[in-house]
Design a protein around this ligand. Sequence first.
Ligand SMILES: NC(=O)c1ccc[n+]([C@@H]2O[C@H](COP(=O)([O-])OP(=O)(O)OC[C@H]3O[C@@H](n4cnc5c(N)ncnc54)[C@H](OP(=O)(O)O)[C@@H]3O)[C@@H](O)[C@H]2O)c1
Length: 285
Amino acid sequence: MFAITGITGQVGGAVARALLAQGQQVRAVVRDTARGAAWQARGCELALADVGDAQALAEALRGCEGVFLLLPPCFDPSPDFAESARLIAAMRAALLAARPARVVALSTIGARAGHRNLLSQLGMLEAALQDLPLPVTLLRPGWFIENLAWDVAGARERGEIESLLQPLDRAVPMVATEDVGRTAAALLLEDASTGHRVVELEGPRRLSPNDLAAALARALRREVRAVAVPRDQWEARMHAQGMRNPEPRMRMLDGFNEGWIAFDGPARQGGTGVDEVLRRLVDAA
Ligand SMILES: NC(=O)c1ccc[n+]([C@@H]2O[C@H](COP(=O)([O-])OP(=O)(O)OC[C@H]3O[C@@H](n4cnc5c(N)ncnc54)[C@H](OP(=O)(O)O)[C@@H]3O)[C@@H](O)[C@H]2O)c1
C-alpha cells in the first residue's frame, strides 16, 4: 500500500496515476472526503488527514510500504515561514509514529540555496527529514512547466507573456509535473534499503521565457512574445495581486535569474516536452 499526500493536486495525482497503472494499491490522503471521491472510484482507499495534524496523518500513513510526502505550497509566507514550519513538524512527527518502509518527499531545485527565498521552505522540509530512521528520498524537480497556466490567457488575448524570469533568453531547468509524479512512483517502487538520497529531475531540455513564448505561439497558433517586467516593478505588482510579503518570492526569482538556484549535480531527465504540456494547458484554459 502506498499513501499519497497532495493527491488532489498536480504531482500527487500523477504519482497516484503511475502507481495505479502498475497495479499498486493506493491510499489517497485527503482533507475532504468529497475531494477524494474520484480516487475512491478508481479503487483507492481514502484516509482523512490535514498534513498539519500529526495524529491524523500518522493514522493515514500507518502500515504503508511507501509514502509520497508533499509540503503544501505557500507562495506568500510569513517572514519566519511559520506556516510551513508548523506543517513540517507535524509531518515529521507523523512519519516517526507511522514508520512506513520508505518515503519519497517532494522538494525542489534550490532547496538548500545559499540565500533565503521562497524555496527555503523546502530546505526546512529536507532538514527535518534528514535524520529520520527511515529510507527517505528527496526528489528535487526543476520549475514546473505547468506554472505557464497563468500565462495562457494573456498569450491568447494579447500575444504576450510577462516574465519575471530574465534575461528572456536564459534557459532554466523545467519539468512536467507528470514526469515528477512518474519519477516519484518509480522511486517509491525501488528497493527500500537505499537509505537517504537526493534525486534531481528536469525535462528533456532547459527552457527560457523566449522558448515558452514560442511554445505558446505554436499551441495557440498566434504570435506570442515574452516581455521582461523590470525588477523595480515586482514588489508593487505582487502587492497589487494581494501578496503581503513578496520578498521571498522575489528572492526566488533572483536566484533563478542570477544562477544561485541550481541543481547540485547532474539531474535525471523526464521525457515530457513543453509542447505536450502546453496542449493540455491550452485545452483546459
Ligand atoms: N511550482 C513549481 O515550479 C515547483 C517546483 C518544484 C517544487 N514545487 C513544490 O511542489 C509542491 C506543489 O505541488 P503541486 O503543484 O502538485 O501542488 P498543488 O497542485 O497546488 O496541490 C496541493 C495539494 O496539497 C493539498 N493540501 C494543501 N494543504 C493541505 C493540508 N494542510 N493538508 C493536506 N493536504 C493539503 C491540496 O489538497 P486540497 O485538494 O485539499 O486543497 C492538494 O492536493 C510544493 O511543495 C512546491 O514547493 C513546485
